[in-house]
Design a protein around this ligand. Structure first.
Ligand code: ATP
Length: 603
């Protein structure tokens, strides 16, 4: 297939804004395409060489290299090409302009190449050269790239040069979305737009539109219907609708649901084939290099040869294992020193779905079956385990589980329908999954002073030693200490080293009579030591006893993401923050949130 056919289609596409017209331009193009290279045609329409998740270098050589190549080809000074670029603002237009005006006048390489290469460019040749340029690395690769560009542009007609230059630069930007490509594929190869659904289903299960196009062009709809999950090729993720009323949520799922913590991290689709593991993000980027620890966990934690599973990667505190805010995952985005980030920002993976196992496709199975499969193939460890989940059939249980999730650092809950049709809807947002999130975000401005009433032994680095503390507020009316939260963050190494010694005079073997707690720490402590704590916000908690019932029946007040600030040696336990103050702070927080919401609505 000649490249000029593609260039003309690109030119026509650029001239229209009508989606119908755009579709018919593509239909025409696909009809002219050789089925064996239609995958390459699709990638080039998308302005790429391969799917983003392939993890291969992308197009985008940088203007400097293009200018150098054009200067060499047309025997024009680099400054002149640069000036032209400044004027036209687009490498494609520069190449086209030079091609049409200079080839007749200039001596140079251009005329030579054009004369000696009478044959026309094919799509395969352009694609292969683009790929060679993208893949060239290391010493001398700059010259290799320049020479390849010179040769290809030398053979191109002016219109072809426009698109070749833009492709090299990685700025094709035709603005043709996947949806339009799918419409056109359906019409071109099946004669009807109605089969678009089948094309889309195949694309959702195999996120490689080039490959889907090739299967359709070579094997027709039958071929598409046979497309099943393939380890190594990501599946487009199933998405959730959002609601904020527990009753309504349960009625949408048919009265019963599997309710899971909605972890606040990064979605991970984990593919395993033997010892090879790949991790794909929510947007299907290949993020394997950011998580060498997750790769290792999957290698040892997934007990079958081949699998595709999904879960959420969450930053955790190395000493206590508690979840950390999602922003901390940003440290994993770096290209270099990933091992340092792995050490300083450890993660855990909470798995929630199994889509494929050893040749068997599970996406059309109901969720409980998938979860059952997941539990069978995963050998759970502290950092690689199934998401927290319960089967719930009434709104008050749902609300309680939601509050517990938020307090534990989750963002809310995912409520999943469990009926026989509860399949994995790849690439679709539907009512089978409903997210129930906190609908506000606030900040805790003031610190509070809380009394230590219990302690937990650390894990990891802190194995055996005290790593987190159970802390309480003072309730004047009952003269008791009511638990607020567990604090395991904010301690310096020095603070941690001193904890055992600091607490040793206060350890007791049962709960102190003045402590009101539903949480069982590893060790009970006499209320004596006061610490200053700051958190992200105050939350409602079914686990903690502080002001239980004051805001809502059966729930107390807690602090989300609490951190130790310092010891308050100057305070005795009764000088700690009072439960009544926490209620007041909670109401102030609500007031602030509603004021902010009103402000937002007004602006
Ligand atoms: P959306 O993905 O719905 O477009 P978004 O990207 O903002 O929106 P959220 O609204 O936070 O994401 O909700 C969906 C995400 O929740 C999932 O993509 C997944 O990463 C995450 N998640 C956390 N825990 C779970 C769970 N137990 N089951 C499914 N998804 C979960």
């Amino acid at each position: 297939m000649l490249f000029e056919v593609l260039a003309r289609a690109f030119d026509n596409a650029e001239r229209t804004t009508s989606r119908t017209q755009l579709t018919s331009i593509l239909v025409d193009l696909f009809k002219k395409s050789d089925p064996e290279i239609v995958d390459k045609v699709v990638y080039l329409i998308q302005g790429k060489l391969w799917p983003d998740w392939a993890g291969l270098p992308e197009l985008g050589v940088g203007v400097k290299i293009l200018i150098k190549a054009m200067s060499k080809l047309f025997n024009v000074k680099e400054e002149s090409v640069e000036a032209l670029y400044g004027k036209l603002g687009d490498s494609g237009k520069v190449a086209e302009h030079l091609k049409s005006s200079r080839t007749q006048t200039a001596g140079g390489l251009a005329r030579f190449i054009q004369k000696t290469e009478a044959s026309k460019l094919t799509v395969a040749e352009v694609y292969d050269t683009l790929a060679k340029v993208a893949l060239a690395t290391g010493e001398g690769s700059r010259d290799v790239k320049v020479n390849l560009i010179v040769t290809l542009l030398g053979k191109a007609a002016p219109l072809e040069a426009r698109y070749i230059a833009r492709l090299f630069e990685g700025r094709l930007r035709l603005g043709i979305g996947d949806a339009t490509i799918m419409d056109a594929l359906s019409v071109a190869y099946t004669g009807s737009a109605l089969n678009r659904q089948i094309v889309e289903y195949a694309y959702n299960v195999r996120a490689d539109l080039g490959n889907v196009a090739k299967v359709l062009a070579t094997r027709g709809l039958e071929g598409l219907r046979e497309i099943a999950p393939t380890p190594g090729i990501p599946i487009r993720p199933m998405l959730a609708e959002r609601l904020s009323d527990p009753q309504e949520i349960l009625s949408k799922t048919g009265g019963q649901a599997l309710v899971e913590y909605k972890y606040d991290g990064e979605r991970a689709q984990i593919h395993k084939v033997g010892d090879r593991v790949a991790v794909f993000s929510r947007r299907l980027e290949n993020i394997t290099h950011q998580y060498p620890d997750v790769v290792e966990m999957a290698r040892t934690g997934i007990r079958v040869k081949e699998a595709i599973v999904e879960g959420e990667i969450v930053c955790v505190d190395p000493d206590t294992g508690s979840m950390r805010p999602f922003q901390e995952l940003m440290h994993r985005k770096r290209k270099h020193d990933i091992h340092e980030a792995v050490r300083d920002y450890p993660v855990a993976v909470y798995l929630f779905d199994a889509l494929y196992v050893d040749g068997v496709n599970f996406i059309n199975e109901p969720i409980r079956k998938r979860r059952d499969v997941l539990s069978k193939i995963v050998s759970e460890s502290e950092k690689f385990r199934l998401s927290e989940s319960v089967l719930i059939s009434n709104a008050s249980d749902l609300e309680k589980f939601f509050l517990k999730a938020v307090e534990d650092g989750a963002e809310g809950v995912m409520v999943k329908a469990v009926h026989s049709q509860s399949v994995y809807q790849a690439g679709a947002r539907g009512w089978l999954w409903i997210k129930y999130k906190r609908d506000y975000k606030s900040e805790m401005i003031d610190t509070v002073d809380l009394v230590v009433v219990g302690a937990f032994r650390g894990r990891g680095r802190r194995g055996g030693k005290i790593g987190a503390l159970l802390v309480a507020a003072y309730d004047e009316e009952s003269d008791t200490f009511q638990t607020v939260c567990k604090v395991g963050s904010g301690f310096s190494d020095e603070d941690l080293a001193k904890l055992d010694e600091l607490l040793s005079p206060y350890l007791i073997d049962r709960k102190h009579p003045r402590v009101v707690s539903d949480v069982e720490p590893d060790i009970w402590v006499v209320p004596a030591l006061v610490m200053e704590v700051l958190g992200a916000e105050l939350t409602l908690s079914p686990q903690h006893t502080c002001c239980r019932g004051a805001i809502r029946k059966g729930v107390g007040i807690s602090i989300r993401f609490p951190r130790f600030i310092r010891w308050r040696d100057d305070k005795g336990p009764e000088d700690a923050t009072k439960t009544s103050e926490l209620v007041e702070m909670y109401f102030n927080q609500l007031k602030k949130i509603s004021e902010e919401q009103v402000e937002k609505l007004e602006t």
